[in-house]
Design a protein around this ligand. Structure first.
Ligand SMILES: C[S@@+](CC[C@H](N)C(=O)[O-])C[C@H]1O[C@@H](n2cnc3c(N)ncnc32)[C@H](O)[C@@H]1O
Length: 119
């Protein structure tokens, strides 16, 4: 469990934290199993150093909407790094293309990319 591993990382130690194509748990009654939730987000904020980046990618529209709503509750910890309207549609530099992303692209899905800077 990635959260158990992360719990052992010292606070303020990470420059980057990637959450790439987490399981969507698309049914509303399973929403609390999603990695994008207040509990994990509090831990991500604790483990990142100030100025570090939390990077999140998904091709799942339900998850995207859920994630944006969760991040709206964490604006005291994170700034959304977005310079132009198209930023969330292009893979940022240094961001690896995962196997799941390649598969999603092959199927013709859009993939969305989000960068949040720890305040
Ligand atoms: C849709 S796949 C994406 C895999 C990979 N990140 C990629 O983009 O190719 C979701 C993955 O998350 C893993 N996963 C789900 N919950 C997890 C957890 N709590 N800790 C670690 N991995 C988890 C699943 O086993 C699965 O491999």
């Amino acid at each position: 469990d990635a959260l158990e591993v992360l719990a052992r990382v010292p606070d303020g130690a990470l420059s980057f934290l990637y959450l790439l194509h987490p399981d969507p748990w698309p049914k509303a009654r399973h929403a609390k199993r999603r990695m994008m939730n207040d509990g994990p987000l509090e831990m991500f904020a604790a483990k990142l150093k100030v100025g570090g980046e939390f990077r999140f990618g998904t091709d799942h529209p339900v998850y995207l909407r859920h994630a944006l709503m969760v991040m709206q509750r964490h604006t005291e910890q994170f700034d959304w790094l977005c310079d132009s309207p198209a930023d969330f549609q292009k893979r940022p530099g240094g961001w690896p293309e995962t196997r799941y992303e390649a598969k999603a692209r092959k199927l013709g899905h859009e993939v969305w990319y989000f960068r949040y800077r720890r305040k």
